[in-house]
Ligand binder design. Structure first.
Ligand SMILES: Nc1nc2c(ncn2[C@@H]2O[C@H](COP(=O)(O)OP(=O)(O)OP(=O)(O)O)[C@@H](O)[C@H]2O)c(=O)[nH]1
Ligand SMILES: [Mg+2]
Length: 234
């Protein structure tokens, strides 16, 4: 299946040059689109340089740090302009999402509309996480699952594959959250439209290089989003 892998970046120069070749070797039908928010560390320039020699690598540059949600939506829109692309991935640049799982996503998406890389199904897990982070992540998924009736155990993960028909059916104007909230909102919209959602186990190591962009604000935003979705009946 012809796939576009969207990788949003903000200051990922230590990861991105190593990640791109590791992704591309997983399957000949894969292309990559990096959505860079004018990273001060020059990530965008590095990717531009790689893309000049490699037709499977594309770069979208945005003028400043506009957030993960809009980065993905811009990437989705761009990927959909390519009629040959059959599925679109979300993937982080920091190696928490290990490229070795890509073939398993491609296999699973043959019989599903949305495939979620899941830390919370047998065979999945996290590595090198502190207790607070574990509780927040697991608790956030359980909370989202029960509040919104989502058919998944990992509702906040960002290693995913969508069939193009799914993205074509979604109204991106309605989705305006960031971080974990964005992942929950996307999943909720897919579920409401009746798409087939499947989880495959992934092991999620903590990033080794670069710094996290997660803030308390993103965690609170996700909590209030789930409450809003639940009680507004959206
Ligand atoms: N384009 C763009 N990319 C972003 C933005 N914020 C984060 N990213 C990228 O999104 C991906 C996930 O961000 P991380 O900081 O790793 O967040 P996380 O994986 O949820 O948290 P950690 O586990 O702490 O790494 C990485 O590839 C980041 O570079 C943003 O505002 N714009
Ligand atoms: Mg990360």
């Amino acid at each position: 299946m012809k796939a576009m892998i969207i990788i949003p970046t903000y200051n990922e120069k230590e990861n991105i040059t190593r990640l791109i070749p590791e992704v591309l070797v997983q399957d000949d039908n894969i292309e990559i689109m990096v959505v860079d928010d004018n990273s001060p560390d020059g990530t965008g320039d590095l990717v531009e340089w790689i893309s000049r020699d490699n037709a499977r690598v594309h770069l979208m540059r945005r003028p400043g740090k506009l957030g993960l949600g809009t980065a993905y939506i811009s990437g989705f829109r761009e990927a959909l302009t390519r009629p040959d692309i059959e599925c679109v991935f979300e993937m982080d640049a920091d190696f928490s999402h290990q490229p070795k799982y890509i073939p398993e996503f491609l296999k699973a998406v043959r019989s599903a509309d949305v495939v979620l890389g899941s830390r919370y199904v047998p065979g999945g897990g996290v590595r090198n996480w502190g207790l607070i982070r574990k509780v927040l992540s697991r608790g956030g998924s359980i909370f989202s699952r029960f509040m919104l009736g989502l058919p998944a155990y990992d509702c906040t993960g960002g290693f995913r594959c969508y069939r193009r028909q799914v993205l074509e059916a979604l109204d991106f104007e309605r989705i305006n959250s960031e971080g974990f909230g964005f992942q929950v909102e996307m999943l909720h919209e897919c579920n409401k439209k009746g798409f087939r959602i499947k989880e495959i186990p992934i092991v999620f190591p903590d990033r080794e290089k670069g710094t996290s962009k997660i803030s308390k604000k993103i965690v609170f935003e996700a909590f209030f989003l789930v409450c809003r979705l639940r009680f507004s009946g959206r």
